[in-house]
Write a protein that binds this ligand. Structure first.
Ligand code: NAD
Length: 486
């Protein structure tokens, strides 16, 4: 049993009002693995009031150096607690041991460091010089100021990574923050609260409210006029709702949503087998928003690709689902509900007429939890629901294309536009195609698009705005023009 986690409100680590807690269930076993504080509306209200006060009545937003030192101190404490957070991400979040160094914990901390390194690049002022007709001639400058109080609402799949992307960027910009983690994975956020208290953050600058109800605290943040900006990562459905509800207070909303990203493997690629096989959707059981879950292969080499995938999936048996094996990157899916949802899509794929090449079954004998086999559908067309909707599980769909033009058409024929990939033996050709894909990132020949110093986000229904990089910090700034007559 993992230890019980608490709320962090107004500088105090404490239980929820009335000592309310809820149990968290571990995806590996389906059993209770811990308890978390279950925030009430009263707790959330107190967190919002504290964040507002800290923004309005302290020098947090203006004392750049002092807050940088504290945010850096939090980084050092998180590093010192890496083992504990890794255990939480494994036991509570279902991460396989080999996936921990990736977006789960290792990469999350690396990206935190990159944000700290970028801080000197944030411009707080720009001098625009003198201009205007003689009678109004003015000297002008643009000042960049923190937006205010930020409500950060995060998902369960890579909780530490997304918490850091929002909280650290907003704090560095000078905002105060209320973090609301997903109910299934309250741990990493709660630890961030504890460590912020240890680092000596001023009361109210950073608050963490965990809770069993998926919507209550988040909706309060979205509706409350004291909150200036909502930074949300999660499903497109909830993102739309947040935009609608935020309209009442004309809240700024920043949304990182779902994806159904395509990888185009061109015929001329020299390592065809490797390019095709590496698309198997197994890392963290496919629960990543930016995963390339549609593989697009030329009809001329389609049969060859199918045989490569058949072999690759068969060879993967025995290489996933072991809690203690450091070489494994795939464990269970997060919850029973998610398992049922993914299995629903697998049934749908069969009904829609796609061919189930590999997987397709649950594997409870792996440990009693929510295990789904690495699954692959071939003979998929882009109009099938399994080709259009985000499954968020270990399910790859393979779609044939006729020629380059058709590949681009299919890649762009999606409601989403988060990430994508192109593989080719001809770099110029691949880069030309990359320019035509409507998505927030394009990985060419395996190039790494996700890093702490690069802006990440989506086109179309994949979201609004960018997280990470200087661009990600600037999402939390307002610009103000000051001009004086000369
Ligand atoms: P979700 O939308 O159900 O929940 C996300 C967060 O929103 C959780 O904290 C949840 O408690 C909260 N929430 C739920 N209903 C709410 C409401 N009415 N008002 C305010 N908050 C509410 O998503 P999930 O199931 O936790 O995560 C999976 C989804 O997240 C997938 O669609 C995935 O693509 C997406 N995701 C996107 C990115 C990205 O960067 N684009 C990253 C990770 C996950």
């Amino acid at each position: 049993m993992l230890s019980e986690t608490k709320l962090y409100i107004n500088g105090v680590v404490r239980p929820a009002a009335g000592d309310r807690t809820y149990e968290t269930v571990g995806p590996w076993t389906g059993e209770v693995v811990g308890k978390a504080a279950d925030a009430s509306a009263e707790d959330v209200n107190e967190a919002i009031a504290a964040a507002r006060r800290a923004f309005d009545a302290t020098d947090w937003s203006t004392n750049h150096q002092a807050r940088f030192e504290l945010v850096k101190r939090l980084y050092e404490l998180l590093q010192a607690n890496e083992e504990r957070i890794s255990t939480l991400c494994r036991v509570q979040g279902g991460s396989a041991l080999g996936f921990v160094p990736r977006a789960q914990v290792g990469m999350a901390l690396g990206c935190y460091k990159e944000l700290l390194d970028l801080f000197p690049q944030v411009r707080w002022e720009k001098d625009r010089g003198e201009a205007g007709p003689p009678q109004y001639r003015s000297h002008r400058k643009i000042v960049y100021e923190a937006v205010g109080v930020v409500g950060a609402i995060t998902p369960w799949n890579v909780p530490l990574y997304v918490n850091i992307g929002k909280v650290v960027s907003a704090l560095l910009a000078g905002c105060t923050v209320i973090l609301k983690p997903a109910p299934d994975t309250p741990g990493p956020g709660a630890v961030m609260g504890e460590l912020a208290a240890e680092a000596g953050f001023p009361p109210g600058v950073f608050n963490v409210v965990t809770g069993a109800d998926p919507a209550m605290a988040g909706e309060m943040l979205v509706l409350d006029p004291r909150v200036d900006l909502i930074s949300f990562t999660g499903s497109t459905g909830v993102g739309k709702r947040i935009m609608e509800k935020g309209a009442a207070t004309l809240k700024r909303v920043f949304l990182e949503l779902g994806g159904k990203s395509a990888k185009i493997v061109l015929d001329d690629v020299p390592n065809f087998a490797q390019e095709v096989a590496s698309t198997m959707l197994v890392g963290h059981a496919g629960q990543g928003c930016a995963v390339q879950s549609r593989l697009l292969v030329s009809r001329k080499r389609y049969a060859e690709a199918v045989e490569i995938l058949r072999g690759a999936y068969a060879a993967y048996e025995g290489k996933w689902g072991d809690f203690d094996d450091p070489s494994q990157v795939m464990g269970p899916v997060i919850s029973k509900k998610q398992m049922e949802r993914v299995m629903g899509y697998i049934d749908l794929g069969v009904r829609e007429g796609a061919t189930l090449l590999a997987g397709g079954k649950t594997r409870p004998e792996k440990g009693g939890g929510w295990f789904i086999e690495p699954t692959c559908f071939v003979d998929v067309t882009n109009d099938m629901r399994i080709g259009r909707e985000e499954i968020f599980g270990p399910v790859l769909v393979v779609i044939p294309y006729e020629d380059e033009e058709d590949a681009i058409r299919i890649a762009n024929d999606s409601d989403y536009g988060l990430s994508s990939g192109v593989a080719s033996g001809d770099l110029d050709r691949a880069l030309r195609l990359a320019g035509r894909i409507r998505a927030g990132s394009v990985s060419v020949n395996g190039g790494m698009c996700i890093a702490g110093d690069l802006p990440f986000g989506g086109y179309k229904m994949s979201g609004i705005g960018r997280e990470w990089g200087v661009e990600g910090i600037e999402e939390y700034l307002e610009s103000k023009v000051v001009a004086w007559r000369v």
